[in-house]
Design a protein around this ligand. Structure first.
Ligand SMILES: C[S@@+](CC[C@H](N)C(=O)[O-])C[C@H]1O[C@@H](n2cnc3c(N)ncnc32)[C@H](O)[C@@H]1O
Length: 382
């Protein structure tokens, strides 16, 4: 997802500079405002980290010394609670719990020596979340400005069996060109709502793709409804600036139903439909997407052109083999017979099942669903 994240960071909404793809992340430069914008506007990122210092940490003592050399009073007072998220790779310090403990001790000892008091540790919902990553005995200590993972937008209050993470759903939609196609249609001088591509997910589950598609169409900032961020109790937090950016985002939302694309989700399971409707309501998007209980066999085209995205079960968590084989065949037939003029996308973790779709993919993207290597296949339908 790094190229998609880099594109987001360079966009008008975030305006980061020196954007460089790294291992499982993207680094960038900017002001505090840029960091706030990344927290508010990134649909792809899990976390936004502010690196404070990088230093050699071949043993616990060096880690302790390096962390202690950071001026923590610039970032927090002893009144704030802290938590340390520690991970390491190819390094001497491999015990994450011990690494976290050493880091916490160094922060507490340093603050106590300067301010006479030590902050307390609170592993759940701390005021300040500190992140330490040690790679090849080199530690980078950061403040986690996101606090909790940014894929938690705040709209999902009910889970079905196998929901996609919101940022993975957003990545699928970006690969499918959904936001770009909408922007291109809206920018045409003779623009009419009928020119907008439609969106259909025939097996929408809890509605993640449908809701993310609607949020993109309405230009809703993915973080606008989040209650918690890691910077809210940070000493350098500028609440007036944050409010300004959030208000700007809210006033830029496009919630005019007459100018909205057709967005539809179906699922054969009524519990999934119920969850999707409830999530749509939490996202304050009721009426902007249509969700209905419907079998794939009864799925029909809803517009002359559009984007069809399906995330069928693939056996890792749901479904039984024979039924799945039939389902993938039916998906291919549905695309071929009923969706001429559309672009079809199928996201699956099963290569053998994907072969049963029976259409030749014009592109494929590798994306990870947790630890599962998955593929997004693109089909052009004539
Ligand atoms: C992997 S889940 C989709 C998860 C979804 N993307 C989300 O984020 O919640 C697959 C969905 O396909 C639905 N499904 C399976 N067979 C179906 C069929 N024949 N017709 C319609 N939906 C079907 C299941 O009920 C399930 O909700």
């Amino acid at each position: 997802m790094e190229p998609l994240l880099a594109e987001e960071l360079r966009s008008d909404k975030i305006r980061a500079s020196d954007v460089v793809e790294t291992r499982a992340g993207v680094s960038f430069k900017g002001t505090r405002e840029t960091a706030y914008r990344a927290c508010l506007w990134s649909r792809i990122a899990n976390r936004v980290l502010l690196p404070l210092k990088t230093f050699p940490a071949p043993n616990p003592e060096k880690l302790y010394g390096g962390v202690k050399s950071i001026r923590w009073s610039d970032h927090l007072t002893p009144k704030e609670t802290i938590a340390v998220d520690f991970s390491s790779s190819q390094s001497e310090i491999s015990h994450t719990h011990y690494g976290a403990l050493k880091t916490k001790d160094a922060i507490c000892d340093q603050l106590k020596s300067v301010q006479g008091e030590r902050p307390s540790v609170q592993t759940k919902n701390p005021d300040i979340q500190i992140n330490v990553y040690v790679l090849k005995d080199e530690a980078t200590v950061s403040i986690d400005l996101s606090g909790t993972s940014l894929h938690l937008r705040g709209y999902r209050d009910e889970n079905t069996a196998a929901p996609l993470k919101e940022n993975l759903a957003a990545a699928i939609l970006m690969h499918a060109g959904w936001p770009t196609k909408l922007a291109e249609a809206r920018a045409k001088p003779d623009f009419k709502p009928a020119m907008l591509p439609a969106f259909l997910d025939p097996m929408c589950g809890s509605g993640t793709l449908v809701i993310e598609a609607a949020m993109m169409a309405a230009q809703i900032a993915p973080g606008a409804e989040r209650k918690h961020f890691g910077f809210l109790k940070w000493r350098q937090h500028d609440s007036a600036l944050w409010k300004k950016i959030v208000n700007e985002a809210i006033s830029g939302e496009m919630r005019d139903k007459k100018l909205f694309p057709k967005i539809v989700g179906y699922d054969a399971d009524f519990r999934a439909v119920r969850a999707a409707l409830s999530n749509l309501e939490s996202a304050e998007l009721t009426g902007f997407a249509h969700i209905e209980k419907r079998e794939l066999a009864l799925c029909e085209s809803i517009a002359p052109c559009g984007i069809f995205v399906a995330n069928p079960p693939y056996g890792e968590r749901l479904g039984d083999e024979e039924q799945l084989q039939e389902l993938y065949g039916r998906l291919g037939d549905t695309l071929k017979q009923k969706f001429k003029g559309w672009e079809g996308y199928i996201f699956t973790g099963s290569e053998p099942l994907s072969k049963l779709i029976g259409l030749r993919a014009s592109r494929r993207y590798v994306l990870y669903n947790g630890a599962i290597e998955c593929r997004l296949f693109k089909y052009e339908l004539y």
